[in-house]
Design a protein around this ligand. Structure first.
Ligand SMILES: [Cu+2]
Length: 483
């Protein structure tokens, strides 16, 4: 009975996809000549409403239209009519809108911008999932149950009265035969109501469990250490894709044999020692077979480590697989290729020391950060005399890479100057139109790097910033707090 009336669900905020507990999408890029900072807040539950926020950096935009599209497949070509984003009355550079996202999976938001320099377009990837459902609040449940009981009693009453009193004239009392017919009516009505309630309960139960099966669970990969320094990772696929045709169809598991490269690698693995967070590596394990990855570890001190492995599916759907592992002291190999990291970080408030007397300065104002707001996190690399560093190079095609990690290790985001989207998804979303992302190769060589991001909850965070200078990847760590 209670379950029958539990058809209204109250959903918790969604937990994870790419990044862990940090679902918002931040994107710094250009629609043709227009520089935009885009924040997408995916719906907490799908179907649901995504919030869209677009800031025109140079204040040269007159109007913005937004449109949700599937990332790949037939839905990517069938565009509904776009919605107009609303210009804020207090802040003419800010445009906001809402979009309905009807199906779980890999989406993009197409942003059409008009201004003095003509019309231009930018596509921003939006992964959408529901991660949990929660029973309805007790008060509402009781209210709906009482209303439902009143309806059931009303139905029984109508059938009883119809069977017993239909032939009676005004003021006439029912004869024994009519009373008997009334009893039969009452029994039939009771049976109908009980069957309706049981069938409804069953229908709801199967809908609820179908829905629960589609809730997104954070994949917990299985790490193991082989032969002293080979780290093997067995990926986890606890999630199912939304069935495309019929609800009753058994949904497919999200595949692991469909991964695509994201800035040059199938996997970006971040290894952070907890709880001190003074050791940090950014590694790129090789796929040995679908779902299995292996990495020769660098020299590492003994300790407990958190692992975050970023992968991207062929749909452009990004995922972070997580694990916690205790490692003995690893003799390890010297880092090579794009692998980087160090075990002697000291978290800085503002100025972090790099090698050779260089340093990284966090260009922040003293105002505290608010959770849920988008900021640019800017960093400058200086030489020992405080001059902007020379010899800056792109690291995996970008001016910098940043990891935002909560002090408890439960919130993780891998962010680039272009934002928190996966570069592989951006490539898919763009299709034929070529937009420009902030911080790509052409921006490298500059001593300053910025990352758009917003802290999802209050609390303490660490920011790991990686840049490449004179052939060497430098890692700096900063402490931040969201109030
Ligand atoms: Cu990166």
């Amino acid at each position: 009975m209670k379950r029958f009336f539990a058809f209204i669900f109250v959903f918790l905020p969604l937990a994870a996809i790419a990044h862990v507990n940090s679902p918002d999408v931040f994107y710094d890029g250009y629609a043709g000549p227009y520089h935009l900072l885009v924040t997408l807040r995916p719906p907490a539950v799908v179907p649901g409403v995504a919030q869209v926020q677009i800031r025109s950096v140079a204040n040269d935009v007159d109007s913005v239209n937004i449109l949700p599209l599937r990332m790949i497949g037939i839905g990517a070509k069938m565009a509904p009519l776009p919605d107009a984003a609303k210009r804020s009355a207090d802040d003419p550079q800010l445009f906001t809108g809402k979009l309905w996202i009807m199906v779980r999976g890999s989406w993009k938001v197409q942003i059409q911008v008009a201004g003095q320099k003509g019309v231009a377009q930018l596509d921003v990837p939006l992964p959408a999932v529901s991660s949990s459902s929660q029973p309805m609040q007790t008060g509402l449940g009781i209210l709906l149950a009482l209303l439902g009981l009143a309806l059931a009693a009303g139905l029984v009453g109508i059938i009883l009265a119809g069977a017993r009193d239909a032939d009676l004239g005004p003021g006439e009392a029912p004869a024994p035969a009519q009373i008997e017919r009334g009893r039969i009516g009452l029994a039939v009505a009771g049976v109908i109501v009980v069957i309706a309630l049981l069938a409804g309960n069953r229908w709801w139960g199967s809908e609820a469990s179908a829905n629960a099966r589609l809730n997104y669970k954070i994949p917990n990969m299985k790490p193991s250490l082989v032969g002293g320094n080979l780290l093997r990772l067995r990926l986890d696929n606890p999630n199912v894709a939304e069935p495309t045709r019929f609800r009753s169809e058994q949904p497919d598991r999200i595949r692991l044999d469909d991964l695509i490269e994201d800035h040059g690698h199938l996997m970006h693995l971040f290894v952070v020692r907890i709880p001190d967070m003074k050791a940090f590596w950014h590694l790129h394990p090789d796929q040995t077979q679908p779902g299995d990855f292996a990495q020769n570890l660098p020299a590492m001190p003994e300790g407990q480590y958190k692992l975050f492995a970023d992968i991207v599916h062929h749909t452009g759907f990004p995922e972070t697989q997580v694990a916690t592992v205790n490692l003995p002291s690893v003799a390890g190999e010297t880092l090579s290729g794009d692998d980087s990291g160090t075990s002697d970080l000291s978290p800085a408030d503002k100025v972090a020391q790099l090698s050779g007397g260089y340093r990284m300065v966090w260009l922040r104002d003293e105002k505290p950060f608010k959770a849920g707001q988008t900021y640019w996190f800017r960093f400058r690399v200086e030489d020992k005399d405080g001059k902007p560093a020379t010899g800056m190079e792109p690291y995996m095609g970008m001016a910098g890479h940043a990891v935002f990690l909560s002090a408890d290790g439960n919130t993780f985001a891998h962010v680039h100057p272009a934002g928190s989207v996966s570069m592989a998804a951006v490539g898919l979303a763009e299709g034929s139109t070529k937009s420009t992302m902030a911080g790509m190769d052409h921006d490298a060589g500059v001593a300053e790097v910025s990352f758009p991001y917003g802290f999802p909850q209050l609390g303490e965070y660490r920011i790991f910033v990686q840049v490449k200078r004179a052939g060497k990847v430098e890692t700096a760590e900063f402490v931040a707090r969201a109030e």
